[in-house]
Write a protein that binds this ligand. Structure first.
Ligand SMILES: *[C@@H]1O[C@H](CO)[C@@H](O)[C@H](O)[C@H]1NC(C)=O
Length: 199
């Protein structure tokens, strides 16, 4: 064989090897952080909301299940906080009927509790490196689930047909957004927890 043929052959082999390696990577389940987020969000009840709220943190999440769950919880906490502060403003609005005022007040307390539970959950997830991972994750699952119940309890308070429509609509808009993000965070927490139990 001439040197030229050998060179051609080795180039051919090299490009085959490179091609195979590249397609093996591309065929993996999550070729990049955005794809990882999209894939993981399929486990949630509101996947479009999940992708929309988390992709901006792709650089933090990378392809790490724990980081994904912590980020989802942090987003949920911050949205719940802002709807809690909206409720606080609403309790001070004059001219609201007693029934409505009572519901707003209850809702504010529920949302404050929800923020506390989410805050505690973010902290607990940060402590998993210190050990007791399964126990801590089970605490987080309990608290996030309770935080979601708090938000739904707030919404239930406005279910009465005689509630003022405009008030109900403006409160629902905020709390529903927070509760969808919280429901998603719970799904991602559960997903992470299940991966620890069955690695
Ligand atoms: C939780 O709340 C405390 C007290 O309000 C605050 O200092 C802390 O930053 C919060 N934690 C998180 C993770 O936001």
């Amino acid at each position: 064989m001439t040197g030229r043929v050998l060179l051609l052959l080795s180039l051919l082999v090299l490009s085959l090897v490179l091609f195979t390696a590249e397609s093996a990577v591309a065929r993996g389940p999550n070729p990049n952080p955005i794809e990882f987020i999209k894939f993981s969000c399929r486990a949630t009840r509101y996947p479009a909301v999940c992708v929309q709220t988390l992709t901006r943190y792709a650089h933090v999440i990378r392809q790490n299940e724990q980081q994904l769950a912590i980020t989802a919880l942090t987003v949920s906490m911050s949205m719940t906080k802002s709807s809690a502060s909206f409720m606080k403003k609403m309790t001070k609005v004059k001219g609201i009927k007693p029934r409505e005022h009572g519901a707003v007040q209850d809702c504010k307390e529920n949302m404050d509790n929800s923020v506390d539970r989410l805050n505690q959950s973010v902290k607990e997830m940060g402590l998993t490196a210190a050990g007791n991972v399964m126990w801590r994750m089970s605490n987080v699952q309990t608290w996030v689930s309770a935080a979601l119940t708090d938000q739904n309890t707030c919404l239930d308070g406005f279910a009465h047909p005689q509630m003022d429509r405009n008030l109900k609509a403006s409160i629902r808009a905020r709390v529903v957004d927070a509760s969808q993000v919280t429901s998603n965070a719970l799904a991602l927490v559960n997903r992470f927890a299940s991966k620890i139990e069955t690695p």
